[in-house]
Design a protein around this ligand. Structure first.
Ligand code: CS2
Length: 488
């Protein structure tokens, strides 16, 4: 097993930490230690630790259950080391052991330990990857959802929290009472203005608990916005075996990612930060244009590609983008619907950006899963497609590609490919009432799902009609026949 005792046994091509992990002190607490975080923020931190050893990371897992406990136990057994394999489209790979994560706490096992760590003055940044839907914002009202039962529980019992909002605000209260500084709350989720969304969520919670505390947090904590980018597939047991065969390591938590990565960050930190520029972070005063380009081009076309690809039986993104009809549809979507309404950030050419996105999707070395991309589609549609749909509707423009995307999503949710293979989708946002809409015989029923709430204030009658028609074609004749009805 990979751990501090046997790390030196790694084959020489594996890049090992250029610092002694035992010298590292924690300065960051991170919620949501998923693969993206491990291939992204943790890598950037790993690159600066030799120079700034006080910025190690303590990971926190909020979900409980057998899987979470096993993950926590494996992290402990591996001294929180893991390997990252970076794959270039030409097949070249490089492997690196990352030691930036210095401890992993399962909140359910010891909530007080998490609170103590957050309250410790050495914690200067609290970062998070809790998914697009994780900020508990009601899309219809745009406000933090105080009715969420877990939020209610935390509001009444802040010393034993269960949500990230409860943990962070409880710790900030302790820090304020002890005369300590606040920390930076740094979202690394794929949201436009993720810092502003985090601010709304944490202050929304704090305000409901104690307006004075909320005011202190607003004055003392900061919430930098960021654009984050790196395609990081799910690692199956089979993938893990192959990764270990290649690296010669015995890693039970290997991560794989493309060779590309980007982090554009606002320089707005409450209590210092590491010199991340030396690891390649771009510091800017305003990330808006970078976020729009990334989310509305890369993420939006990822789902535009994956929803129909699943119906066609393509398990992997590189297979899907090789299908000429699916690729053409993504290109048409980007060129006709998205790019004309985007502002390019300095130094970015949107046509080139599109080509780089298509080439990244084509990377066969990672086997990125279409079902991973399609998971939590409800939250993703709201974040990745809303602006484009609103622009099209408000401009009375051709909505056919968007209608196709929505129709493919609704058909995909039914869990069966055009050739009758069953699969399961992950839609945490949908309860039983929504499942009934998904499986209704009425093609229009699915349009009531919250995925489409964000443009319900506009007249979308024609778009809805097109969705219904395209669903019928997909169901009776398949995805390719539906695509053939779209303008050439
Ligand atoms: C994907 C992202 O889950 C998704 O919808 O589009 O995970 C994507 O791979 C990353 O945002 C790339 O930075």
């Amino acid at each position: 097993m990979l751990n501090l005792d046997n790390i030196k046994k790694a084959v020489s091509s594996v890049h090992l930490p250029d610092y002694n992990p035992l010298d590292i002190k924690p300065g960051i607490v991170h919620f949501g230690v998923g693969n993206f975080f491990r291939a992204h923020e943790a890598l950037y931190i790993d690159k600066i630790l030799h120079a700034e050893p006080s910025w190690g990371i303590i990971g926190v897992g909020l979900t409980d259950g057998e899987h979470s406990r096993k993950k926590a136990a494996t992290f402990k057994a591996q001294d929180c080391l893991y390997s990252l394999t970076e794959c270039a489209p030409d097949g070249k790979r490089s492997v690196r052991v990352i030691a930036a994560l210095r401890d992993y706490l399962l909140a359910a096992e010891d909530p007080q330990k998490v609170l103590e760590r957050l309250s410790n003055p050495s914690t200067r940044i609290v970062s998070m990857t809790i998914t697009e839907g994780g900020y508990n914002i009601n899309e219809a009202t745009g406000a933090f959802d105080l009715e969420n039962p877990n939020v209610q529980q935390d509001l009444h019992n802040l010393e034993s929290p269960i949500t990230i909002f409860g943990y962070v605000v409880s710790a900030l209260r302790r820090r304020r009472n002890a005369g300590l500084k606040a920390f930076t709350i740094m979202s690394c989720d794929n949201l436009r203005h993720n810092g502003d969304v985090a601010r709304k969520a944490f202050l929304g919670f704090a305000q409901a608990h104690d307006p004075e505390l909320a005011e202190w947090i607003a004055q003392n904590a900061t919430f930098p916005n960021a654009m984050v980018d790196r395609i990081t597939p799910t690692v199956t047991a089979n993938d893990a075996r192959q990764l270990n065969d290649y690296s010669g390591l015995e890693d039970d938590l290997p991560v794989v990612a493309e060779d590309f990565h980007q982090w554009v960050l606002e320089d707005n930190f409450a209590d210092g930060r590491p010199d991340l520029a030396r690891a390649g972070v771009q510091f800017v005063s305003d990330v808006t244009d970078y976020e729009h380009v990334k989310i509305r081009m890369l993420n939006a076309s990822h789902i535009m590609l994956s929803f129909p690809a699943i119906l066609l039986g393509y398990a992997h993104v590189d297979q899907a983008i090789k299908d000429p009809a699916l690729k053409q549809n993504v290109e048409n979507f980007l060129v006709r619907d998205v790019i004309p309404t985007l502002k390019a950030p300095p130094g970015v050419d949107l046509q080139e950006y599109m080509q780089s996105v298509l080439s990244r999707f084509s990377n066969p070395a990672m086997a990125d899963q279409t079902l991973r991309i399609a998971g939590d589609g409800c939250a993703k549609i709201q974040v990745f497609w809303t602006e484009t749909v609103r622009d099209l509707l408000l401009g009375h423009k051709d909505c056919s590609r968007m209608a196709f995307g929505i129709a493919a999503y609704l058909e995909m949710l039914r869990g069966v490919t055009s050739s009758g293979q069953h699969y399961s989708t992950a839609e945490p946002a949908y309860a039983q009432a929504q499942q009934a809409l998904i499986h209704s015989d009425d093609y229009a029923a699915g349009l009531k799902l919250p995925a489409f709430d964000a443009w319900r204030d506009l007249d979308s009658h024609a778009l809805d009609q097109q969705v219904v028609e395209l669903r019928k074609v997909i169901r009776s004749q398949g995805v390719l026949a539906a695509l053939a009805t779209l303008p050439a």
